[in-house]
Design a protein around this ligand. Structure first.
Ligand code: ARG
Length: 430
């Protein structure tokens, strides 16, 4: 049975093909669909399209459905196309003709839009919470190991001294930029599309400001065509934010794989967080970081996937848009999962304080020694040459003294300033 039933049966193959994964995926929208309906009918009552005494009856029935959506017992029946149809079906089943009244002045097109806006707003909030948690773990590790030196590489060649404090802290600060992108995506999501109906508005005198306030949106998509065009844009903005965050985490995961390699041996994990081999008895592999790297690299294809799905679609609703859910829904789950796993793993990373003393890292200190000469009066180019000649002749002996003081350097990590920067960014989401 379809909402749009006109007395003929749709071919079953057409039905299965066009409904696709909706019956499953839409379960994640159920809560938001009911919230949208509640706001819509309160507004309909205010403009006289629902009677004063009908409103509480409808709200009670919706509240009951909301409860099932929240406790996970809401399902979409076989033969019902999507969440929007299921909610209306349940209402009509319970209340008869009254249930049929709620769809005045709206379409499933703006219903799914409002569901997705509310869904995305919540998901982005949860992702941001995960980012803050990861940020805190990284900052803790950074402070804990701020005195421990590690080799810094450029071109994969030994370059200059770095520190574990600098390494952990670098990823913490990079997460602030990722947070800014999440905030931007959040702002795009935080606009009310309800009232755009099929995409061209309605001849009813809808009060869109009222639903905006009821659903606690920051503002509304005023132009009804723009509201409809936000389908895809909302997802694309979130996709960019998720992909940016994923790129940070993928790089960190790659660093961990590299630094756990015996040739580097800069970090290690407790045995129980590593994985073994079926043939090589000595193995303690960094599979968690590898899976993380793979998942995050895959997540970086999100914006491209969404672009290809929506490129050259004309304005107005097109069914292609339904497929956005297939792409973005698993992605939000995945990034949250990755964030929580990385928090757990990072808090268990052990560092090798001695690694830096290996003779292979002697040349890390050449710049320190050049600078020391400069500070005692030798012009930089002469000092550079002097140390360069020592290296050339095999006579260079590092002093191994590192004294960095400027902002953001080994000796002055600016952890508090970076934390304040994160707090400023995150505050924009609340
Ligand atoms: N499942 C549909 C979607 O996600 C809901 C909107 C259906 N609208 C329509 N005109 N067929 O896009």
């Amino acid at each position: 049975m379809k909402l749009w039933d006109k007395g003929y049966d749709e071919n079953q193959r057409v039905d299965a093909y066009t409904v696709g994964q909706d019956r499953q995926l839409d379960l994640r929208l159920a809560k938001y669909d009911v919230m949208g309906s509640m706001a819509h009918i309160k507004m309909l009552e205010s403009i006289g399209l629902i009677e004063h005494d009908e409103l509480p009856v409808l709200l009670d029935a919706l509240q009951e459905i909301l409860r099932t959506a929240e406790d996970g017992t809401f399902t979409i029946d076989d033969g019902i196309e999507d969440v929007h149809s299921q909610v209306e079906f349940l209402l009509t089943q319970k209340l008869g003709p009254l249930g049929k009244k709620i769809h005045s002045g709206r379409s499933r097109n703006d219903q799914v839009l409002v569901d997705l806006k509310l869904f995305m707003r919540d998901e982005l909030r949860q992702i941001a919470e995960g980012v803050v948690a990861l940020f805190e773990v990284l900052q803790e590790q950074s402070e804990k190991y701020k005195d421990a030196l590690m080799p810094g590489y450029t071109h994969m060649q030994v370059a200059m001294p770095s520190s574990f404090g600098l390494w952990f802290g670098a990823y913490a600060e990079t997460l602030v930029d990722d947070m800014e992108m999440l905030v931007a995506a959040y702002n795009v999501a935080n606009q009310n599309p309800l009232g755009s109906a099929a995409g061209y508005g309605s001849s009813f005198p809808l009060n869109r400001t009222m639903t905006t306030e009821l659903l606690q949106f920051d503002t509304l998509h005023y132009n009804v065509v723009a509201a409809q065009m936000s389908r895809g844009k909302t997802e694309r903005s979130a996709a960019y934010a998720i992909a940016g965050l994923a790129s940070t985490i993928a790089k960190f995961a790659m660093d961990c794989c590299l630094f756990m390699c015996q040739n580097f041996a800069l970090i290690s994990l407790p045995d129980e967080l590593t994985t073994g081999s079926s043939i090589m008895p000595h193995k303690k592999n960094p599979d968690v970081f590898e899976i993380t790297r793979g998942k995050c690299n895959r997540l970086q294809s999100l914006p491209a996937e969404i672009s290809l799905l929506t490129t050259n679609l004309p304005l107005g609703y097109q069914r292609d848009l339904q497929l956005l859910k297939d792409v973005i829904f698993p992605a939000t789950t995945e990034i949250k999962d990755v964030l929580s796993m990385m928090c757990f793993m990072i808090s268990h990373i052990r560092i090798n304080r001695d690694a830096i003393n290996d003779p292979r890292y002697d040349y890390l200190f050449t710049v320190e020694d050049v600078n020391r000469l400069v500070l005692s009066g030798t012009p930089f180019r002469d000092a550079y040459r002097e140390v360069g000649m020592q290296v050339q002749r095999g006579e260079y002996h590092p002093t191994r003294e590192v004294h960095h003081t400027h902002e953001g350097s080994i000796g002055n990590l600016c952890t508090a300033q970076i934390k304040a920067k994160m707090e400023r960014a995150y505050a924009k989401m609340k």
